[in-house]
Design a protein around this ligand. Structure first.
Ligand code: SER
Length: 342
């Protein structure tokens, strides 16, 4: 009998990096990965099999299906919000078409294995779109069903894929004689901006916070592309990874919704700068506002109401703003760049 495995797409990205480490440390199911680029040498030792290729390649997905019994999918591959605005059609193809390919993959896998496939999907605060700063201030901590009018291609893609996942989970081929829905056990989180001490993001709009921290640690100047008062929620990467794992392990009956907000702290860009300067007193951080990227950040909520995740499956981030900097980001980043000779 084939052993069940976990599939991670976009495994070489920021979340994948942390997720592989945690899954490998937990010692559960073997991990197989799919990414456009080969994994870093340290990472590939933690996985049972690494596929280098695209989520758009249906025949490669067929090869994976023929060789492995996948019972859990973490579908992380995507183009982030800034990059998606430069090539919206490619973004749609990858973010929507690629997700559809993985949902079909999971459906077929579940049908042939005779049990559901758990499908974890990282959605985003980009699923929201607030029309003005006044509305953003008045809205405060938004709930999952409020202000879902994204202004970015990435946000549209994420919101629609949440719906596609729900379709597979509840209504797939609803007119066929035999019921085929429910084979994909689709679960989504709407991540805030994620900050990792190990990797620097690329192509996102929340990147100013991690970029500021990593630049200071490397002794480089940084011009922040949003205003000092720009505010969105953020989370330390270990909490993001733990949230995905906790949601994957939650009993299905406890889940009352398809997509869950997650939050941890919601600093302004100036709060981030102050914390960075406290840790690296010689840091040279200025503000050179890119009004267009600022416009995207302004359309995202200042904070989110994550009470459903806390109530339904016990989401409880370990790192608030002070702990994220004091116990995770600053010590880990220092060590990382000292080890690399900066
Ligand atoms: N970090 C993402 C981005 O900036 C938001 O999900 O695109």
């Amino acid at each position: 009998m084939r052993k069940p495995v976990v599939l991670i797409t976009g495994a070489g990205g920021e979340i994948g990096h942390g997720l592989i480490e945690q899954l490998a440390a937990d010692g559960g199911r073997p991990i197989i990965t799919l990414d456009l680029a080969p994994l870093e040498p340290g990472m590939n030792r933690m996985v049972a099999r690494e596929f280098t290729g695209s989520i758009m390649d249906a025949s490669l997905l067929e090869v994976i299906r023929s060789e492995f019994e996948v019972d859990t999918v973490f579908h992380l591959a995507a183009l982030l919000s800034t990059r998606s605005e430069f090539s919206p059609l490619t973004a749609h193809e990858v973010n929507v078409g690629g997700t559809l390919n993985l949902l079909e993959f999971a459906q077929h896998e579940a049908e042939s294995n005779g049990r559901p496939v758990t499908f974890l999907y990282p959605s985003s605060i980009a699923a929201y779109g607030l029309p003005s700063l006044e509305a953003k201030t008045a809205a405060g901590r938004v709930k999952e069903d409020e202000w879902t009018h994204p202004t970015t291609m990435y946000g549209c893609n994420k919101l629609y894929c949440e719906q596609l996942g729900e379709y597979y989970a509840r209504h797939y081929k609803q007119l066929s004689a035999a019921s085929l829905a429910g084979r994909v056990d689709f679960r989504a989180v709407r991540f805030p901006g994620l900050i990792s001490a190990m990797t620097v993001p690329s192509g996102g709009t929340s990147d100013y916070a991690p970029e500021m921290i990593h630049a200071a640690a490397k002794g480089e100047s940084y011009a922040c592309f949003v205003r000092p008062d720009a505010q969105i929620p953020f989370m330390a990467m270990p909490d993001g990874v733990n949230a995905l794992l906790k949601l994957a392990a939650a009993p299905k009956g406890a889940l009352t919704q398809t997509a869950y907000n997650l939050g941890a702290f919601a600093p302004t860009a100036d709060d981030v700068r102050t914390a960075v300067v406290a840790a690296f007193p010689t840091a040279d951080i200025t503000f050179t506002v890119d009004t267009k990227r600022q416009g995207i950040v302004d359309s995202w909520p200042a904070d989110v109401d994550d009470s459903a995740a806390r109530l339904d499956w016990g989401f409880a981030p370990e790192f608030d703003f002070a702990r994220a900097f004091g116990d995770y980001l600053i010590p880990t980043i220092r060590q990382r760049y000292e080890g690399m000779g900066k």
